[in-house]
Design a protein around this ligand. Sequence first.
Ligand SMILES: CC(C)(COP(=O)(O)OP(=O)(O)OC[C@H]1O[C@@H](n2cnc3c(N)ncnc32)[C@H](O)[C@@H]1O)[C@@H](O)C(=O)NCCC(=O)NCCS
Ligand SMILES: Nc1ncnc2c1ncn2[C@@H]1O[C@H](COP(=O)(O)OP(=O)(O)OP(=O)(O)O)[C@@H](O)[C@H]1O
Length: 198
Amino acid sequence: MKILGVTGSMGMGKTTICSIFRNYGFLVFDADLTVHQLQSPKGKGLYHITQVFPKAVKDNVLDRQYLRKIIVQDRQNLKRLEQIILPLVAKERDKFIRLAQAKGHQWCILDVPLLFEKGIDQLCTKTLVVDAPMAIQKVRILKRGKITWEQAQAFIDSQWPNRLKCKKADIVIQTGLSKAHTFFQMKRLICQMQKGLL
Ligand SMILES: CC(C)(COP(=O)(O)OP(=O)(O)OC[C@H]1O[C@@H](n2cnc3c(N)ncnc32)[C@H](O)[C@@H]1O)[C@@H](O)C(=O)NCCC(=O)NCCS
Ligand SMILES: Nc1ncnc2c1ncn2[C@@H]1O[C@H](COP(=O)(O)OP(=O)(O)OP(=O)(O)O)[C@@H](O)[C@H]1O
C-alpha cells in the first residue's frame, strides 16, 4: 500500500482537500482530530496532561484556552505537550495504517500538520503540501474566531515555513484561488493516483 502524507501550515486547506479525498473513497488519518480524541474525557492523553499541567484539566475536561495561553507565554509548554501527545498519536496512526492495509486499499492518506518537522514523511511514498498566500491564511484563521493572531503565530512559528515544505514536497496544491480551482487540481491528482501513475 502507498502512503500519501498531507501537510501545510494552519488554515492552508488540509481539512478541505482531505474531505475531497474521503469523497473519492480514500481512507484519511486526521492527526488533529486524533489529538482531540486523545484529549477527550475518556482519551488516553488526559491523565498524562493532568500530571504535567495540573491547571489545564478541570472536571475531567481539558481547558484548551488555558493551554493556548501558556503556550504563548512560554513556547517550551508546547514542546512538553507534544512529548505527551505525539507518541500516543503515533500509535493511533500505525493502527490506522495497518487497518487500511488489511482492507486492501491502494493508498492511505495521512493528514499531519507536523509531517516534515517530526520525520513522518519518512513513512510516506509521496508528500503533498497545501499552500496559500500568508495574507489569505491570516484572513481564514481570524474568520474562524477561535484564536487570536498572536496565538496562531505561536503554532505557525513552531512549524517549518510553508515555502520550505513546498520545496520538499512531491505535490503542491494551491488553495489561494477559488474552491473550484482547488477541486480541479485534486481531481487531476486523484485520477493519477487511481491509475497508478504516482
Ligand atoms: C494546544 C491545543 C490544546 C490547542 O487546542 P485547540 O483546539 O485550540 O487547537 P487545535 O488542536 O484545533 O489546533 C489549532 C492549530 O494549531 C496546529 N497545531 C496544534 N499543535 C501544534 C504543534 N504542536 N505545532 C504546530 N502546530 C500545531 C493545528 O494543526 C491547527 O492548525 C492543541 O493544539 C494541542 O494539544 N496541541 C499539541 C498536540 C500537537 O502537537 N498536535 C500537532 C498535530 S499532530
Ligand atoms: N480554494 C480553497 N481551497 C481550500 N480551502 C479554502 C479555499 N477557499 C477558502 N477555503 C477555506 O479555508 C479555510 C481553511 O481550510 P481548512 O480548515 O481546510 O485548513 P486546515 O489546513 O485544515 O487548517 P487547520 O490546520 O488550522 O485545521 C476553510 O474555511 C475553507 O473553506
